[in-house]
Design a binder for this molecule. Structure first.
Ligand code: GSH
Length: 197
């Protein structure tokens, strides 16, 4: 029987995206979280970044590459549409969502540190831009249950892993901005229902 071990911090959206893919594909796995900063480099000497997956002794790091790898080994259900144009849109949205939301997340955390120091916020106008990115997502979703499709794919897992994490971790102002985007909240709930244990 195939042995799958996933290494990564549950707090990282990249880890949650992979956990969600494993759940969607109904694959049994062992999940190991780092206990110290040294674990990152020890488990992934190449980049020191997690998540990393080990499948029957073969190790792959980087959440997007891990999804490619899982897709190849365990094709059902697929994480992208069979139609190439749709598949391309799903992959693009995964990349876009991750770079955009990593940026806002990093600045949000930096802002918290700055305000503890009594300094000015790290980047004025950030909240408005974040709200615009959420509206971009609402537009991408349109009237569909999932991005570009009627079934969930990797773009949904990527967006979900960021939004549900951000919503749990941030203050009430940001949560309100998110909750007012009903279509996105419904999307988050839809994906949660499929992937949450
Ligand atoms: N592109 C990578 C990003 C992984 C990543 O940034 N991981 C963070 C977890 S939040 C990490 O390992 N940080 C440790 C460090 O920066 O030393 C992926 O998709 O897996």
């Amino acid at each position: 029987m195939t042995k799958i071990v996933l290494y990564g911090p549950i707090t990282a959206p990249f880890t949650r995206k992979v956990l969600a893919a494993l759940a969607l594909k109904k694959l049994p796995y062992e999940f190991i979280e780092p206990q110290s900063p040294e674990d990152y480099r020890r488990w992934n000497p190449e980049t020191g970044l997690l998540p990393l997956i080990e499948v029957d002794g073969e190790r792959v790091h980087d959440s997007a590459r891990i999804l490619d790898f899982l897709e190849e080994r365990f094709p059902e259900p697929p994480l992208v549409a069979s139609e190439p144009k749709v598949a391309q849109s799903q992959r693009r949205l995964e990349e876009w969502a991750e770079s955009a939301f990593t940026f806002y997340w990093t600045h949000y955390l930096r802002g918290l540190v700055d305000s503890e120091d009594g300094g000015p916020p790290s980047r004025p106008g950030l909240a408005g831009e974040f709200a615009q990115r959420l509206d971009d997502l609402v537009n991408f979703l349109g009237g569909r249950p999932f991005f570009y499709s009627d079934v969930p794919g990797r773009a949904d897992l990527a967006v979900w892993s960021f939004l549900e994490g951000v919503r749990r971790a941030v203050g009430p102002e940001v949560a309100e901005v998110m909750e007012s985007r009903t279509a996105l909240m419904e999307h988050t709930a839809r994906v949660s229902a499929l992937v949450d244990a």
